[in-house]
Design a protein around this ligand. Structure first.
Ligand code: PGA
Length: 251
């Protein structure tokens, strides 16, 4: 059966010392009170090599927030999937709406990134989700179907290594959360698209996380839905007490 996962996305927050302190505190907290789900922290690139040795791998997985769409070479400023993997990281967030919107990552670029991540044994946390105007025009299903189709070129075996995150862009960092009903409805739709493409077994085994202003006070209600398998957490991942509160929604 599919895994329940709570993944933190630190975004461009915390300098190296602060990031190490946050990872240490989370590690100690979860050692004292074991989680009932997989826990992942996705950190800025420069934190990865310092954070991976200080967390208990059996309890906390570490991931990057992005990787390059090229293997190696003259791409100044880029960080390859291989480099990410060489730090001990096991996950990588790809297709986050902030990358799509601010750094113009197209479906073609994302397809390359996903393939390179998989080739380097990283588990992609692939994000999809509509913006407010699309939700208001009732186009959310169409939008997520198109975004998801960009990874439907993968073999069933490769697709099964992907974690999906549905993140309505209007809910990210806004304090506005999708209702539990809205989340369940679109998660079930996403799962049906996977079933149509790869069959029921692959669909049932794919973890689909919800992201967008998820916090301790709403996590339980969101995660209680049959098709919501955890969360991708931004702001609330920056404080152990909040992140732990969300993790505890699975208790
Ligand atoms: P948020 O961000 O929890 O701060 O809304 C979620 C995300 O962007 O992954």
């Amino acid at each position: 059966m599919r895994k329940n996962i709570v993944a933190g996305n630190w975004k461009m927050n915390k300098n190296l010392q602060e990031g190490i302190a946050l990872a240490k505190e989370l590690n100690e907290t979860l050692a004292a009170d074991k989680p009932n789900c997989d826990v992942v922290i996705c950190t800025p690139f420069i934190h990865l090599a310092s954070v991976t040795p200080i967390v208990d791998k059996a309890v906390i997985g570490v991931g990057a927030e992005n990787c390059a769409d090229k293997v190696s070479g003259a791409y100044t400023g880029e960080v390859s999937a291989e480099m990410v993997a060489s730090t001990g990281a096991e996950y990588v967030i790809l297709g986050h709406s902030e990358r799509r919107a601010y750094y113009h990552e197209t479906v073609e670029i994302l397809e390359e990134k996903v393939k390179l991540a998989l080739a380097n044994n990283l588990k992609p946390i692939f994000c999809i989700g509509e913006v407010l105007e699309e939700r208001e025009a009732n186009k959310q299903n169409e939008v997520v179907a198109t975004q998801l189709a960009s990874v439907f070129s993968l073999s069933a075996e490769d697709f099964s290594k992907i974690i999906l995150a549905y993140e309505p862009v209007w809910a990210i960092g806004t304090g506005k959360t999708a209702t539990a009903e809205q989340a369940q409805e679109i998660h079930a739709f996403i799962r049906s698209l996977i079933a149509d493409k790869y069959g029921k077994e692959v669909a049932e085994n794919t973890s689909i996380l919800y992201g967008g202003s998820c916090k301790p006070s709403n996590a339980k209600e969101l995660f209680a839905n049959p098709d919501v398998d955890g969360g991708l957490i931004g702001g609330a991942a920056l404080k152990v007490v909040d992140f732990k509160g969300i993790i505890d929604a699975f208790k």
